[in-house]
Design a protein around this ligand. Sequence first.
Ligand code: S3P
Length: 434
Amino acid sequence: MISKITSPARLHGIVKPPGDKSISHRASLLNSISKGVSHVSNFCVGDDRSSMLGCLRGLGANITRHTNCKISGAEECFEIIGSGLHGLTEPSDVLNAGNSGTTMRLISGLLAGQDFFSVITGDDSLRNRPMKRITTPLAQMGAYINGRDDDSLAPLSFKGSSLRGIECTMPVASAQLKSCLIIAGLYSSSPSIIHQPAESRDHTERMLNSMGGNLEINGLAIKTGNKELSSVDVKVPSDTSGSAFWLIAGACHPDSRITIPGMGMNPTRTGVLEVLESMNANITIENEHLEGGEPTGDVTVSTSDLIATEISGDLIPRVVDELPVLALAACFAKGTTVIANAEELRVKESDRISATVDSLQRLGAQIEETSDGMRITGTHTLTGAEVETHGDHRIAMTNGIAGLLAAGETTIGNSEDASVSYPSFWEVVSELQE
Ligand code: S3P
């Protein structure tokens, strides 16, 4: 699909992004191995949801989609009948995580502790993303795990084994790695102690503890637990990363006011708000409250006089998915913004440093690629051009927001790639253009 976008004179509206992908993934996985029945509403949408649900169903999980759910009152909800920690069954076919790194890494933590054989694979992009970071510690825990290229690339295969706890320092501040090890810890005879180099999203920890899991968290150290879990109902907040696109559109457009009701405000995810505030963005937050243990709030952003900032260090894992669209915001800020220590971006769904620089350069931005980030000097103007998604949903959507801000027409090839996490993204763009 090709999308052609022009900048509207005004950008006013209320946008409700889909349910948070990270929280939905954890709610479906953890409730599948809990005891009891749960209802998860405002579940994420898109191809990554199908990947996670497909893998869980392949393992025998009992997950049913209901519309107009009488119990949660939601338009759509998933009823999950948990089978307990040891109720999953051997998949008769290869599990497919599609484009979803979270699915592959979290499900691998689960497979490592099962007493059956399984194989998990993914699409071209995922089969080239680094898996050694999970296979090494899982093997140390006693998992029998194999993969291509000396266990560093999917497909990955698992054979029944019993796990024991380990003490390890994670080589990267990755929530996917941390969650993989915490999930494997549920099947270990002794606790693991996991040391994080910096804080990353903590949805697994919050949800497990709300289910009676035995996690102990001490600063950046996590001691895993192996108790049976009790199912919990979850009303998933709006995706923080999906919301970020509209925050940047609202802050950069010369006549805008956009409200995002019920946005996920977990502090391990709100790096984007901190960065925008340091850039002088006009943001107000109302109605802050907890929704199933996760903070949410109604966020409004309007036209702002942005200034440049530095995004680096421990902030990076808390803003990792928002860096491409923040680079776009930097094009509309006074001064030079530096993004550093973000080498993880090179091993996401695409090399997001090169992909972002490619798009923004085509649109006339003053942007330069560095080994671990980018330097962007704001010019307050972009000019429509032809841009590519690089097979990456977040680059597709960054291009879409750039189109709402650039002079002239922006043409985005393969714009359907946005459907990995946000299938209605282009509809919202059209509505805002009217
Ligand atoms: C995710 C963690 C992040 C993020 C990804 C979702 C998760 O990756 O990039 O989109 O749900 O755990 P890492 O923290 O592993 O880098």
